[in-house]
Design a protein around this ligand. Structure first.
Ligand code: FAD
Length: 481
C-alpha cells in the first residue's frame, strides 16, 4: 500500500500539479478533524480543477487501489465534516471547481460545479438583477450547493426539499468514465437543464447519499422570488400543544398554503442566540412557516387561514413580512453552545474544538409520531447529561425531519466518548421504534445496511460494476459490507 501510494502521488502531482496535492502534516491533521472523535487518518488531499482532472485522478486511484473520498466544500459539520468514512482515504477536494456553467432567468435554472457555494450563487443572482433565488439553509453560506444536495440536505423556500429541484448530473465513475443523467447525455437536447427524468431509466438516484460516482456538475432549479411572502411565527408552551400544531401544519402543507416549516425547542432557540447558562428561559417550542402569494389579497387570505388553524393551540402567534436572509454564519453559533469562549468572527467548528453530532430520524407528519420520537430523543439526551437540542423540519407533505444535535465542548475530557454513547443509544432507540434516519454521518453509516431482502446483494453488484476496485468512498452509505 505504501509503495502504491507513493507511485499514485507521483502520478497525481504530474496530472494536477504539485501545488494541488497536499501531504503536509498541518493540512492533513486539519482534514482529519471533525466535530467529534474519529481516529481516521488521511494520507493526502487532491485539489483537481476540472472534470477531466477528476477523471484522471480516479483512474490513478483505481489503478493503484488507493481509496479516495470526494468532498465539495467539506462543511458536513456534525456528520463528519471532511473526514472520510474509512481509514486511509485520499481526500478529493472539489472546491476549486467553482464555475457557474450556465444560467437562464426565463427557465429559472443554473448549472454549477461542486465548489459553488450558496453565497456565490446569491451574489451572482444579485449581479444579474435576477428575480430568482436559491434555497438557503442553516449552515454556512460558504457550503457547497452540490455537496448539500447530494446528502439530500434541506433548505427554506418552496424548493427546500433540494433533491426534488435538481437535474442533469455529470458524474465521473471510479473507472474514470464520465456519464450524464437525464437529457444531459444528448448535448444538443433543448431540455437538458429542464427535465429530471430524461428518456429511459433514470440514473440520478444512484448518486445521492452513495459512493458510486463523483458528481462534477448539477443543474439547480431556482425559485422565482414570491411577490408577497410572510413568515408566521408561533409558540407553544408544551409538547402536546405543539403536536396539535403539527397536525394543523400537515393539513396546511398538503393544501400548498405554507412552506419552510421549522419548529425549534427551547435549547435550540437558546443555542442560536447565546451560550450555555442555567438562567435562560424561553417558551418550550417556537415555530415558523412561510406563505408565498402573488397578490396582497391572496397573501392576506392565506395568512388568515393559517392563523385561524393554529390559534387554538399556540400561546403566541404573529406574522411579519419575509425579507431575504443575509448570507451570514449566525446559525453556526449553535455549535458553540457549550464552548467557554465566544464564537470567533471566522468560525470553524472543526478547528475550534466544537463538539456536535447529529441524529436525524424521519417521522410521519403527525403530531403523535413526532411526539413519540421527540420524547425519546429528549429522554436519552438528558440521561447522558446533554441538553436536547431539537428541530422539526417540514419540507415534504407526509414526513417531518427531526434534527437532534448532541452539542458539547471537545476540549472537556471524555466528552467525546460520552457524546458518542448518547448518539448511539439515541439512534438505536429511534430505529427500534421504526424512526429510521434520513441522513447519516460517518458515525452512523451502519444504519444504511440492508439485512433482510436482496437489496444489499443487488447494491453490491452495482457497486462492483461501477467501482470494480472498490476505491470510491468505502464505508459511505454502504448497503452491504
Ligand atoms: C449549525 C449548523 C446548521 C446546519 N444546517 C443545515 C441545514 O439547515 N440543512 C442541511 O442540509 N444541513 C445543515 N447543516 C449540515 C451541513 O453543514 C450542511 O449539510 C452542508 O451543506 C454540508 O457541507 P458541504 O455542503 O460542504 O458538503 P460536503 O461536506 O462537501 O459534502 C457532503 C458529503 O457528500 C459527499 N460528496 C460531496 N461532494 C460530492 C461530489 N461532488 N461527488 C460525490 N460525493 C460528494 C461526500 O461524502 C461528503 O462528505 C448544518 C450544520 C451546522 C453545523
Amino acid at each position: 500500500m505504501q509503495n502504491s501510494l507513493q507511485e499514485a502521488l507521483l502520478q497525481w502531482r504530474t496530472t494536477i500539479g504539485p501545488d494541488h496535492v497536499a501531504t503536509d502534516i498541518v493540512t492533513l491533521v486539519a482534514a482529519q478533524t471533525a466535530t467529534f472523535a474519529t481516529g481516521i487518518q488521511v494520507p493526502a488531499i487532491l485539489y483537481p480543477s476540472s472534470t477531466e482532472e477528476v477523471a484522471k485522478c480516479l483512474r490513478i486511484a483505481s489503478e493503484h487501489r488507493i481509496p479516495i473520498y470526494p468532498v465539495s466544500t467539506g462543511k458536513n459539520w456534525g456528520n463528519g465534516s471532511r473526514v472520510p468514512a474509512s481509514q486511509g482515504c485520499v481526500i478529493l477536494d472539489l472546491s476549486r471547481m467553482n464555475r457557474i456553467i450556465d444560467f437562464n432567468e426565463e427557465l429559472a435554472y443554473a448549472a454549477v460545479e461542486p465548489g459553488v457555494t450558496s453565497r456565490q450563487m446569491s451574489a451572482f443572482l444579485r449581479a444579474q438583477n435576477s428575480r430568482l433565488r436559491v434555497s438557503k439553509n442553516g449552515t454556512s453560506p460558504d457550503a457547497s450547493l452540490i455537496g448539500n444536495a447530494l446528502e439530500r440536505g434541506d433548505g427554506g423556500g418552496l424548493y427546500g426539499e433540494r433533491v426534488d429541484y435538481v437535474c442533469g448530473l455529470e458524474v465521473v465513475l471510479p473507472t474514470g468514465e464520465i456519464i450524464h443523467t437525464g437529457f444531459q447525455r444528448f448535448p444538443d437536447a433543448r431540455c437538458k437543464y429542464l427535465s429530471r427524468a430524461g428518456l429511459g431509466p433514470g440514473f440520478d438516484g444512484l448518486f445521492f447519499q452513495s459512493n458510486l460516482g463523483v458528481v462534477t456538475q448539477m443543474t439547480l432549479w431556482l425559485e422565482p422570488i414570491p411577490r408577497f411572502e410572510r413568515r408566521i411565527v408561533f409558540a407553544a408552551d408544551k409538547l402536546d400543544r405543539m403536536e396539535k400544531v403539527i397536525d394543523q401544519l400537515r393539513v396546511l402543507k398538503m393544501n400548498n398554503l405554507i412552506h419552510s416549516i421549522s419548529i425549534w425547542n427551547n435549547f435550540k432557540v437558546l443555542s442560536r442566540v447565546t451560550q450555555y447558562s442555567k438562567q435562560h428561559r424561553v417558551a418550550a417550542w417556537i415555530g415558523q412557516c412561510r406563505i408565498s402569494a402573488s397578490s396582497r389579497i391572496q397573501s392576506w387570505s392565506q395568512k388568515r387561514l393559517v392563523m385561524r388553524a393554529l390559534l387554538p393551540f399556540v400561546t403566541r402567534i404573529g406574522s411579519v413580512r419575509y425579507g431575504d436572509e443575509p448570507d451570514e454564519n449566525g446559525n453556526l453559533q449553535i455549535a458553540y453552545w457549550r464552548k467557554r469562549t465566544p464564537m470567533p468572527n471566522n468560525p470553524n467548528p472543526d478547528q475550534d474544538g466544537c463538539g456536535l453530532i447529529w441524529c436525524m430520524p424521519l417521522v410521519p407528519f403527525r403530531g403523535e409520531d413526532a411526539g413519540v420520537a421527540i420524547k425519546l430523543m429528549e429522554e436519552i439526551a438528558s440521561k447522558h447529561h446533554f441538553e436536547p437540542n431539537l428541530a422539526v423540519l417540514g419540507t415534504e407533505q407526509r414526513t417531518l425531519r427531526l434534527v437532534g444535535g448532541i452539542i458539547y465542548d471537545r476540549e472537556v475530557e471524555s466528552e467525546d466518548e460520552k457524546a458518542m454513547r448518547c448518539h448511539d443509544e439515541m439512534l438505536q432507540a429511534l430505529i427500534g421504534e421504526g424512526f429510521h434516519p434520513y441522513r447519516l454521518g460517518i458515525q452512523s453509516m451502519h444504519a444504511a445496511l440492508s439485512k433482510l431482502d436482496a437489496t444489499g446483494d443487488v447494491w453490491a453488484r452495482i457497486k462492483s460494476a461501477l467501482d470494480p476496485e472498490q476505491v470510491l468512498a468505502p464505508g459511505r452509505y454502504v448497503l452491504k459490507r
